[in-house]
Design a protein around this ligand. Sequence first.
Ligand code: SAM
Length: 328
Amino acid sequence: MNQVDYLRISLIDRCNFRCQYCMPEGAELDYILKQQLLTDEELLTLIQEVFIPVGFTRFRLTGGEPLLRPRVVELVRAIASLPQTQDLSMTTNGFLLAPIAQNLYDAGLRRINISLDSLDVDTFDRIIGNRGRPRWQQVWDGIQAAHRVGFDPLKLNVVVIPGVNDHEILDLAALTIDRQWHVRFIEFMPIGNGELFGDRGWVSSAELRERIRDRWGLTESQVRGAGPADVFQIPEAKGTLGFISQMSECFCDRCNRMRLSADGWLRPCLLNETGQINLKTALRDGISITQLQEQVRHLLAIKPEINFKGRDSGTLGAYTRTMSQIGG
Ligand code: SAM
């Protein structure tokens, strides 16, 4: 197993998009009440006094939509300024990014992943469940702002859904040719919207690579991330193509992460719900910091077993939480 030193932190379960693969209709009815969310102070206490002492040094802020979290820039500054923080990144849909990209960068955020499932305005709106004014341009402006400000690497996440956006694979891949952007194709998982998954299924990374290889050729990239993506490159391209193949491959042995939900549940494995601990309740009940560290250490020790054992039942079984609730 890899060393587990990477924590994905969901800042909020709310989202301003309703991506059809992530939030089935009505999912917003289950939003966490404000008093159930970890406060800034609780979150910083957990990071500083529990996670860092047990070995976590790399953090990603996600959601829901992390830019909806009040005082997100201050939170970034606080986490980035901890001497033990070796890496701080964010995953966002980019819609609210343009006006605060510089502030986030100045606060210490250096790496950003932006979801972009389509280059077509109508397809994009259909995917994100938008019924109002078109939203693609504002997201694109957010991506451009992130690029201008200097986020590096700048990654674009694409969830591929058959019959919805799989015809755009080559156009999305082509974004990496002239720009030092990194496009990552993610296999659609049956988390969030099982019905759509049953209806549409998923496209394997191998098939996507085949299509790209047929068009331009494809070489394995020298760049190796610490995470689950297999990284390739169109010959001579400035950027790279990552493939995250959690459906077609088991990369549990490469897993280096845990997830903290916005209401304080620590989850050792995305694909199953075994072993989660409720750190918020423990903290509010006055459980000592030493005991919390012990609980997290124990979870780290049994994580390999949870990952491998739960994998099959996890990918096939029903999920009680969507990606927006877990912290995708
Ligand atoms: N709102 C932010 C965003 O849109 O990037 C952050 C949260 S979102 C849940 C994080 C990532 O999870 C996105 O890249 C999204 O595409 C991915 N995701 C959500 N549901 C998924 C699913 N069922 N299968 C694969 N990826 C999924």
